[in-house]
Design a protein around this ligand. Structure first.
Ligand code: BGC
Length: 340
């Protein structure tokens, strides 16, 4: 039996070290050397497990059953209406107040040839859990390669038709948690389109818009502060970026979604996924009131979340990617965070 506070560490021979706890599968630290061999912990969080358990339970966690928002928490499946909890204004967010990020996952160390070290995390969510239909068994593999890739593989199967969208919610700061904001980080997104949001709905309108000539254009490397400071209604709505980007050329194979680089520390991270979208979130709700790593306040824009997934509110938008998982079929999702 795994306990909530159990800590697991994955290491490779290049000095990369990933630590997570069983509660929420929360990735509590990722230690990465830069070219000079200086090691920094590049995810936002806390110094101790006790603080992690008491603090923001989304940091580095596995979110589900439906990561991101479902408008008014409503959806229809096979002609039946479902009402989920509305825990984010009028909307359902990240599976509700008792989402997968708060569950204790059963963790097992596994040996897989492609990974230096790996663990498998299992969670059985009963039929009706959080209001979702079907008993859902989810297995998430965290694997660290000798190429400095943290690979997250999701595999889930339900005994009834259901909906699903899982993601990993780490906030990255390549200079190290507590070392300022991500404003000077350079971001490139392999996305010509994004899904605009509306303040009243609190999430996506259903439109799929071109990024060209907007602050959302990261098709070439750009400092994040250029968007943060822009006089742009989409930025103003969320005091930064909290948007889903449509990954170019989605075909279910692994594609580059994002590249994040800090000129200051020289660290770089690429994100690959087989999913159609990536939620880019500049952590605009952080306000310095919480104490994070090295006893430093967790300030606004302290980290950047790059959450691979389908689109927000897909169950209610016929032209968005399919959110339905048919009974006994497998949901599969791979996300790779590669440190360079
Ligand atoms: C969402 C944000 C939300 C945050 C909660 C992100 O995935 O896009 O709107 O505030 O999760 O931690």
């Amino acid at each position: 039996m795994t306990n909530a506070a159990d800590v697991f560490t994955l290491k490779n021979s290049k000095g990369v070290e990933v630590t997570f706890i069983a509660r929420g599968g929360q990735i509590t630290s990722i230690k990465v050397p830069n070219a000079k061999g200086e090691v920094a912990d590049v995810v936002i969080g806390y110094d101790t497990v006790e603080e992690a358990l008491a603090g923001d339970a989304y940091y580095g966690a596995i979110c589900g059953r439906y990561a991101n928002r479902i408008v008014k928490g409503e959806f229809e499946l096979n002609g039946q209406s479902y009402q989920l909890e509305t825990n984010n204004g009028p909307n359902h967010l990240h599976g509700g107040t008792d989402g997968f990020n708060l569950r204790t996952w059963e963790v097992e160390q596994v040996e897989l040839p492609q990974f230096a070290q790996a663990c498998q995390l299992t969670l059985v969510s009963p039929d009706g859990d959080q209001g979702y239909p079907g008993e859902l068994t989810t297995i998430v593999t965290y694997g660290l390669t000798e190429d400095n890739e943290l690979v997250i593989e999701y595999d889930a199967v339900a005994d009834k038709d259901t909906i699903i969208n899982l993601t990993s919610h780490a906030y990255f700061n390549l200079d190290g948690a507590g070392a300022g904001t991500i404003a000077e980080h350079e971001l490139t997104l392999n996305a010509d389109k994004f899904t605009p949001i509306d303040g009243e709905i609190g999430t996506v309108t259903g439109e799929i818009a071109e990024v060209k000539d907007t602050s959302m254009d990261f098709t070439a490397a750009k400092k994040i502060k250029e968007a943060l400071q822009a006089d742009c209604p989409q930025v103003k709505l969320v005091d930064g970026i909290d948007h889903n980007f449509v990954i170019n050329g989605y075909d279910g194979s692994l594609k580059l979604a994002a590249r994040l680089e800090s000129p200051l520390s020289g660290r770089c991270m690429e994100v690959y996924t087989d999913q159609p979208g990536v939620q880019v979130y500049t952590a605009s709700h952080f306000d310095g009131s919480e104490t994070g790593k090295q006893g430093r306040p967790i300030e606004k824009w302290a980290g950047l979340a790059l959450e691979t997934q389908i689109f927000p509110d897909s169950p209610n938008k016929a032209h968005f990617p399919e959110a339905t998982l048919k009974a006994e079929e497998h949901y599969r999702h791979t996300c790779v965070y590669k440190f360079i």
